[in-house]
Ligand binder design. Structure first.
Ligand SMILES: Cc1ncc(COP(=O)(O)O)c(C=O)c1O
Length: 486
């Protein structure tokens, strides 16, 4: 490791500026905390407001970095092995949108799995590109989608010359990884860039027991939510680029379309510190976290009604992040299990599913957190044994989500079309104006421009009935929907 990785240029300069006694006649209006309500200042402390500074001359400029931001991005590029790294203060959401704007012109096609995050659809609407959806491998036992099979990608690429880029989600929310090396080689055989939404995999680079990082696997653009699995503040993310299939200029210009011109230095400094922490101690910290999970994983599997998702080699399931624990719950649905854990047992998971719960373990997870999880799951299991089953999870029909609906209009045309509200039963067969997805994990079931199928409605109704949350629809009970008025 290069000893320069101990440096934190943004954080250091920010601390100096925060502590200087320059009189602040600039944004933000709280003027180093002087205008903040005293109650908030007592709660959050003074330092955070003093460091909440704008792009002062000594703090560089995110859109044209040549000072401390440039230095910090170069250190991050070295740590993650990219040719160029961009810091993002608008989340991976911005990074995913930008990656599509950078490689697609209006009318181009992008090959994407159906279980993309909604930011991909935003990127398609803004760029005017069209999706070519491929079905990811489906785990019927858990009712969740995994990665994409190499054969599925190969078939699409061989038959559709309009495809201009390949975008995959790797890892999935559940930590499941596709065979990214083969997918990168395949994409490059057609001279297409591979974009990897690695929102949940920023840590992969820093421990050999973790799945291969997408950049090392050959991806051209990789987007990571540094805030999801590492220690950056919420929304702080990075976009890494490698090779010359993508224009750096076009990417930088696209960033200016979607990012704020007032980037938060709290976020930027947290990216700088998170990089330093991982580059200098990542292997140690992540190794300890992996050991912690291994200790409880086998214990969890001894609990009645609960089993963990384990690695089984099959298409679309090439590797599994050991730091992601997904448990399959029998006897009650995942949303009820989540409610019991969160409200009664003091354990909050990342993601409840119809029949599963997903827990994120990071270098910030302690031994005592792991013990509480184990105890909580045992108590949950006892509760399940005592409960009169009000909902039978086996009555869910996962098959409803295995067919890709017909695309009638591009996401962009549907977004800009005149729309109207109709009841869900009237909506069947019409073209959706909405992007409706259960959140989390943000996997769209109905997309703008797609014909609304009976199955899609039935699937969403199952989620509502089970206590899940839908976003993007006119009402959360799914009584009415937005359709294109033609
Ligand atoms: C797979 C995936 N991609 C992208 C995003 C967007 O990331 P961010 O929250 O950093 O904007 C998420 C967020 O949940 C995600 O799960």
């Amino acid at each position: 490791m290069n000893s320069a990785q101990y440096q934190t240029p943004i954080a250091d300069r920010l601390r100096t500026s925060a502590q200087s006694d320059n009189v602040p006649f600039h944004t933000p209006g709280h003027h180093k905390g002087q205008g903040i309500d005293p109650e908030l200042k007592i709660w959050w402390g003074e330092a955070i407001f003093q460091a909440d500074l704008p792009e002062l001359p000594e703090l560089d400029n995110l859109f044209a970095p040549n000072g401390v931001i440039a230095e910090a991005e170069t250190l991050a590029a070295e740590a993650w092995g990219s040719d160029r790294t961009f810091f993002l203060t608008n989340g991976s959401t911005a990074g995913v949108i930008v990656s599509i704007l950078a490689v697609c012109n209006p009318g181009d096609s992008v090959l994407v799995p159906r279980n993309v995050h909604r930011s991909v659809i935003s990127g398609l609407i803004l760029s005017g590109a069209n999706p070519v959806f491929m079905m990811p491998q489906y785990d019927e036992r858990l009712g969740i989608a995994h990665g994409v099979a190499v054969d599925t990608i190969a078939t699409h690429l061989a038959s559709d010359p309009k495809i201009k880029a390949v975008l995959i989600v790797n890892p999935t929310y559940y930590g499941v990884c596709s065979d990214v090396v083969t997918i990168a080689n395949l994409s490059h055989q057609y001279d297409l860039p591979l974009i990897v939404d690695e929102a949940h995999g920023a840590h992969f680079q820093f421990h050999p027991a973790l799945p291969i990082a997408a950049l090392s696997a050959g991806a051209d653009i990789v987007i990571q939510s540094t805030h999801k699995t590492l220690s950056a503040l919420t929304q702080a993310s990075m976009l890494h680029m490698k090779g010359d299939r993508v224009s750096v200029d076009r990417l930088a210009k696209s960033l200016q379309l979607v990012q704020s011109t007032s980037p938060s230095y709290l976020l930027l400094a947290s990216l700088d510190m998170a990089r330093m922490q991982m580059a200098t101690q990542g292997e140690l910290l992540l190794g300890e976290a992996i050991d912690r999970v291994q200790r409880i994983r086998s214990e969890i599997n001894k609990i009645a009604n609960i089993t963990t998702l384990e690695f089984t080699h099959r298409p679309g399931f090439h590797e599994l992040d050991p730091l992601r624990i997904t448990v399959l719950i029998s006897g009650i649905d995942g949303f009820t299990a989540d409610q019991i854990l969160h409200e009664e047992l003091g354990i909050t998971c990342e993601l409840p599913g119809l029949q599963s719960l997903t827990f994120i373990v990071t270098h910030g997870t302690t031994d005592s957190d792991c013990d509480r999880l184990l105890t909580g799951l045992k108590q949950l299991s006892d509760r399940i044994n005592d409960m009169i089953l009000e909902s039978d999870p086996n009555s869910f029909n996962y098959e409803l989500f295995t067919e890709i609906p017909t695309i009638v209009l591009s996401p962009r045309d549907a977004f800009f079309a005149t729309s109207k509200l109709v009841t869900v039963s009237e909506a069947i067969g019409l073209i959706s104006a909405d992007l409706i997805c259960p959140y989390p994990p943000g996997i769209p079931i109905v997309m703008p421009g797609e014909q609304i199928t009976e199955n899609a409605i039935a699937y969403l109704q199952q989620i509502v009935a089970a206590g899940g949350v839908l976003t993007g629809c006119a009402d959360s009970d799914l009584q009415i929907m937005g359709v294109v008025d033609n």
